[in-house]
Write a protein of this length. Structure first.
Length: 229
């Protein structure tokens, strides 16, 4: 009798958890649809672009990963994509049991009219430590305030100094909030811990602002592939 009661309790808990999860998912999707409409974007619950294949270090983390809830459209003069991204780390305990630890982010991406070495810029957190995992040293700048607040990792120190001039530093210190940025090749990523749908327009604005603060020197020294030098 007791076993039967335990089984019933477990089944009820599993079904209840599933229903709650489904309700949360549906609520988020409805809110994201409304946000997409307000931005003039399109929305898909799945990823029609294989966004996870973009060359960002964040998108190579973990033992498994995925992208969902994708919004896309034009913001200003930029073609922008916004998405929920997740990855998990899988572990095994002493008894052979396997478990997964999930990490969830909100991301916005765009393409840039340049082709640059890889760089990660952000305040000290799990995202900026990606550069360390790839063997890149933290790059120090003349501003001690900036050095205390941010970690910069790049395979090319010269490019880091070309990108992060005084104007870019001021923007990052004043307006970048908790975002971490990656620029690789012709792709730009702005990522943060997963936020509510209502906060996504702000994430798009931060992405636009970072792009607007890229120094003219970068466009001239690192032309897009196929462009005239």
């Amino acid at each position: 009798m007791q076993i039967a009661v335990v089984v019933v309790v477990v089944v009820v808990a599993v079904v209840g958890g599933y229903l709650i999860s489904r309700q949360i998912t549906q609520k988020r999707r409805a809110a994201l649809t409304a946000v997409a409409t307000s931005l003039g974007f399109r929305y898909a619950p799945d990823d029609p672009f294989d966004t996870v294949d973009l060359p960002f270090a964040l998108f190579r983390r973990g033992d498994g990963r995925g992208v969902e809830n994708v919004l896309w459209g034009v913001a200003g003069n930029l073609a922008v994509r916004v998405c929920d991204y997740w990855y998990y780390d899988e572990s095994t305990d002493s008894k052979g049991g396997r478990s997964r630890s999930y990490h969830r982010f909100s991301c916005s991406t765009t393409s840039i009219d340049a082709h640059v070495p890889g760089i990660t810029v952000g305040r000290e957190n799990v995202l900026t430590r990606l550069g360390g995992a790839l063997g890149f040293d933290d790059i120090e700048f003349e501003s001690e305030e900036f050095n205390r607040a941010f970690r910069v990792k790049s395979e090319d120190r010269k490019f880091a100094f070309d990108l992060i001039d005084a104007r870019m530093m001021a923007f990052l210190l004043d307006a970048s909030s908790g975002c971490t940025f990656e620029v690789v090749g012709s792709d730009l990523l702005c990522a943060t811990r997963r936020v509510r749908p209502a906060e996504l327009p702000s994430l798009v604005q931060v992405l636009q602002s970072f792009h607007a603060h890229v120094p003219n020197l970068v466009w001239s020294l690192y032309p897009a592939r196929g462009s005239s030098p």
